[in-house]
Structures are given as C-alpha cells and as structure tokens.
Design a protein around this ligand. Sequence first.
Ligand code: HEC
Length: 237
Amino acid sequence: MKGSISRLLGASAALTVLASLGVLVSLQPGRAQDNDNNDNNDNSETQSKIKIGFQAAPVPLNLTGKNRSLVGLGSYLVNAAGDCNGCHSAGPPTEYAAGGNPYFGQHPEMVNQTTYLGGGRSFMSLIPGSAEIISRNLTPDKTGRPEGGATFAEFVDAMRTGVDRDKWHLACTGAPNAHCIPPPFDGSLLQVMPWPVYSHMTDRDLRAIYEYLSAIPCLEGDPGNPAGSNTNGHRCK
Ligand code: HEC
C-alpha cells in the first residue's frame, strides 16, 4: 500500500509540475489557453500515461460521450498508481481471476471483472462493537454516473474531505453500535479510505478518475450499507 501511495503521489506531483509548465507556455502570445478538456494540448508524459492507462484497464470501457484522454489518464491513476481496486474489490482471495493471481506467482495477471471496483471488502471495526468498515461500490449506476450516481461535486467532496454522503455510519452519541464509530474517530467521515492522501490530487486528476469510473461496467450490489442493499438488484438497469 505504501508503495502504491508514494507512486500515486509521484504521479500527481509530476502532473502538477507539468501543469504549471503548461500554464507558463499558455502565457506566451499566440498560444492557446490550457483547458481541462482539451485533447490536443497534452504533453508527451501525459500521452504515455493515457496509453498505459488504456493498457492497464482490466474491463471493457464505454467511451460513448466521454473524453478519451481523461478516461485514459483516469485509468492510469486508478490502475497503475492509486490501487483503488486493492480495497474496492471483495477481498484478496477473489481480486484476481482463476489462473491470473500474481500473489500466487501466476502470470499474466488477470483482474476479476466480477468484483472490479464493486466494493465489499471488510476492514473490520476500528473499535470493538462499532460499525464495520466495508469498501463501497464505485461502479456507475443506470444514470451512467460513477459511485452509484454521484455527481462530480459529490465525488470531489468525498476525495478531498472524506465526507460520506451516504451516511452509512455516523459518530456515536452513546455506546458504540453497528451504525456508529466512537471518538477519537470522527464517525461521520470515511475511514480507512486514503482521502487525506488523494485530497492533494489536482482537479484534473480527480476529473480523470471520475471520467474513468463512469466508463467501467456497472456491478450490482451496495456493500457497506448496514441496511442491506438499497438497490434490490436494480442498480444497473
Ligand atoms: C486502503 C483502502 C482503500 C483504497 C486504496 C481506496 N479506497 Fe476508497 N474507500 C475505502 C473504504 C473502506 C471506503 C468506505 C469507508 C467507510 O465506510 O468509512 C471507501 C470509500 C470511498 C468512496 C466513498 C463512496 C461512497 O459511496 O460514499 C469513494 C468515492 C472512494 N472510496 C473512491 C476511491 C478511489 C477513486 C480510490 C483510488 C484512487 C480509492 N477509493 C482507493 C477504502 C479504500
């Protein structure tokens, strides 16, 4: 995990430096203004990340109506740097498909498409008797928006501040129970999820991750919801 996080930081630091260079270039007379959604102004390092991103994506992508460069860059951040699926799949035994588990010494690696970013991995309770921490389903729903229909603003909020819009656990006001987490943790915030690290990413990186997460296939289920699935198998259709 440490390794992936420092690689992620390295990647975003590099992008930040390159973005500032881009700004300098755009101040030159006659140069086009840099623009988040412009496909043509990516420098060669970003281009190679986009290419690697498409190679590293373990599922078919729906590019209809999407910004291709952002999807590729988002895939790079999710699959080559951020290791979102390491936590947002159902757990280590099923993260890879049969015959393709690198931790078993099997190559080439084959990510299990039936659990990819579908959530459900348990991180146990932080304090005995309090809410169990379970990773969430990040795949899009029938609206086509990722993380079960989250808007970009809601997604950025979660990534930058750890706010849990689903309120699947709260701060305990009395004795710990299955739906709250007692101090010193702030149970209203996402726990385990590395949002304190991801909060340093650029807006463009977060936009790219959001764009990628809207291009992956939907998986049914609503793991982490203490009330059980609130989609009743109708998340995708
Ligand atoms: C170390 C494990 C871990 C990693 C790595 C991780 N997450 Fe999470 N994430 C979690 C857990 C656990 C939760 C639920 C936390 C809770 O219930 O308190 C969560 C919650 C979230 C949420 C809130 C979902 C909702 O429905 O409210 C988003 C969004 C999210 N993660 C996105 C990401 C993205 C994008 C990445 C990769 C860049 C990522 N996560 C990587 C563990 C992780």
